[in-house]
Design a protein around this ligand. Structure first.
Ligand SMILES: CCCCCCCCCCCCCC(=O)SCCNC(=O)CCNC(=O)[C@H](O)C(C)(C)COP(=O)(O)OP(=O)(O)OC[C@H]1O[C@@H](n2cnc3c(N)ncnc32)[C@H](O)[C@@H]1OP(=O)(O)O
Length: 537
């Protein structure tokens, strides 16, 4: 009798990975080291809720929880703080947070300041230690470039990696509605959650189609794993082509995203085999570099950015536990303080149209020179990225069409496009909420550009993002999120974005370059740089 997918999923043993494939991957076969969870902020239930709220979405793809801090180190720091300032209100949770941030910065700086437990705290990395990525403690490279050479197609492993016997590889056809829905369903139930399992990213099917089918995409880079007997999709990873300019070296790369393994198949070493298989398929197309982001700390981030959140619908954010009202204030007061103007303010602001593509391209090419790592968009990519996700009529509300995934606006002054901004939707499902809210509607700041001269740049960006917030509020988003990349640092605080707890790590595969400025968590929110100009979905 054929086993049901439930039986197969429940009984799957940890996967013993193949050894020595094409000399690329000699992972030792051991159980993964369990990552430690972050320390609770407080034992009191109320405080815990508050800490959950602060962490919220920013910790989802952006956790620092995999870095363990020994209790004795926390105690020692606590003692020192009290010694220097007996009135200090700082608590253990804050110390742990700061120490984790310090560790990440040390990794970025290539210092071995990880304490006696060093590498162990970060896990042994049985898989990642075999991959062409900068290893922990290696130190910043003197020069940028590939870690291992590219090889001709006939030297790339031709056969797929072996999977446990009950599973098989599939290439998911994202243009097929049923298959796209299967990916959506896998992710809806199993993708990234925050530490408290309160929210889970809920990318829509139309979003996934938009994200995974840019011009020149390779269907073979949409890799799925199915249970043979039931054909249930239980694993996924995807790549899309991207041309990156990293410190002025242009690299044909792939953007890897949506790595997901069904919850019941976790810790069985399926992720490494998914990563190896997508790598093989990417190599077969002559591409040998990749960019990806993750909340977890792996060897080795090229940069780390922090999330910031701008409240748009405070009562709902409080209801779902995303945020809380400080004791010293009231809901009504904060609503008043964060109220946005009813109408956008910039003359000439309008939705981007196809006719604007050449001017937006010129504007972006010029403006993006400010950052060290940027995407190099072709005209077709600009069209796809900013216009193809516009959705269709009818409108769901006054500023949102059915299936709209991206919002793109330009400022036209005397027939010339002077500015541009965009944001995209990424809702999260609210897990186990008792107040009737199923979804948290979050907008994420995407690309923008302006021709404002440097002296006027800060003011102009402030105005642009102010209007983006108003449009997002009209489209009924609950919160507007942004990272400390591009020039975001210049307007986040002025626009009343709250600093999130979460950090997002940026990684490059098979490319070494000295750390790119993103955000220095030691610097209390200042000291942000202009390293990262790539916005990952
Ligand atoms: C040239 C082309 C190159 C293309 C490839 C470029 C690289 C792309 C890399 C992928 C970029 C993805 C970008 C995104 O999509 S980031 C989003 C990742 N997805 C989620 O967080 C969704 C919820 N979680 C899951 O589905 C699972 O927990 C996943 C699938 C994440 C791990 O499954 P599981 O929990 O069952 O673990 P395991 O026993 O199979 O495997 C354990 C090994 O996997 C390493 N691990 C864990 N999490 C991640 C992670 N997020 N990136 C890279 N590696 C990760 C881990 O360190 C350990 O290796 P090592 O520490 O022992 O060495």
């Amino acid at each position: 009798m054929a086993s049901s997918s439930k039986d197969v999923i429940d009984s799957t043993e940890p996967y013993e990975e193949e050894e020595g494939h094409s000399g690329e991957d000699e992972e030792e076969h051991e159980q993964p080291t369990a990552s430690s969870s972050s320390a609770p902020a407080s034992s009191s239930k109320k405080k815990k809720k508050k800490s959950k709220a602060r962490a919220a979405l920013s910790k989802m793809k952006a956790g620092i929880s995999s870095v363990a801090i020994p209790q004795e180190m926390v105690d020692a720091v606590m003692e020192k703080v009290k010694e220097e300032d007996p009135q200090s209100q700082v608590d253990q949770a804050e110390i742990i947070k700061q120490m984790k941030a310090m560790q990440i910065m040390d990794i970025l700086a290539g210092k071995k300041a990880l304490g006696a437990r060093g590498k162990k705290d970060l896990g042994e990395h049985k898989f990642w230690s075999t991959q062409p990525v900068p290893q922990i403690g290696e130190g910043p490279p003197a020069e940028s470039g590939p870690i291992e050479p590219s090889v001709p197609r006939d030297q790339v492993r031709q056969e797929a990696y072996a999977l446990p016997k009950d599973f098989e590889w599939v290439t998911v056809d994202m243009s097929n509605e049923v298959q796209c829905k299967e990916v959506y369903e896998l992710l809806s139930a199993n993708y990234v959650e925050d530490d408290d399992a309160s929210f889970r990213f809920a990318y829509t099917a139309s979003f996934l189609r938009w994200a995974l089918m840019p011009p020149g995409y390779f269907a073979s880079w949409h890799v799925g794993v199915r249970v043979k007997s039931s054909q249930k999709l239980v694993g996924f990873i995807s790549g899309v082509p991207v041309k990156l300019s990293i410190r002025n070296q242009v690299v044909d790369a792939t953007e890897i995203n949506f790595l997901c393994v069904h919850k019941k198949l976790r810790s069985k070493r399926l992720a490494p085999v998914l990563i190896k298989e997508v790598t093989r398929r990417v190599h077969l197309e002559g591409v040998f570099q990749a960019i990806y982001t993750a909340g977890v700390v792996l060897p080795t981030p090229v940069s780390t950015c922090r999330y910031y959140h701008r409240t748009l619908n405070l009562p709902k954010l409080v209801d779902v536990g995303f945020t809380s009202v400080p004791r010293s204030s009231t809901l009504a007061r904060i609503v008043r303080q964060t109220k946005l103007p009813d109408k956008t303010t910039l003359p000439g602001l309008r939705e981007m149209e196809a006719k604007d593509i050449p001017e937006v391209e010129t504007l972006m090419n010029e403006y993006m020179k400010r950052f060290d790592m940027i995407p190099v968009f072709s005209r077709e990519e600009i069209e796809h990225t900013f216009l193809s996700g516009k959705g269709t009529e009818p409108m769901i509300n006054e500023a949102r069409r059915t299936d709209q995934v991206v919002w793109a606006y330009v400022v036209e002054t005397d027939g010339k496009i002077t500015d541009f901004f965009s944001f995209y939707t990424l809702p999260s499902s609210v897990i186990g909420n008792t107040k009737g809210h199923k979804m948290l509607e979050a907008a994420y700041l995407f690309y923008y550009a302006t021709d404002a001269p440097e002296a006027n740049m800060k003011k102009r960006l402030y105005e642009l993002i102010g209007d983006a917030l108003i449009i997002a509020k009209d489209a009924k988003f609950d919160v507007f999120n942004a990272l400390t990349l591009m020039d975001n640092w210049s307007f986040l605080e002025d626009h009343k974005f709250g600093k999130g707890d979460g950090l997002l790590n940026f990684y490059l595969y098979n490319w070494r370059t000295p750390p790119l400025e993103g955000h220095n968590p030691l610097d209390g929110g200042k000291g942000v740089g202009r390293g990262i100009g790539v916005v990952m979905l």
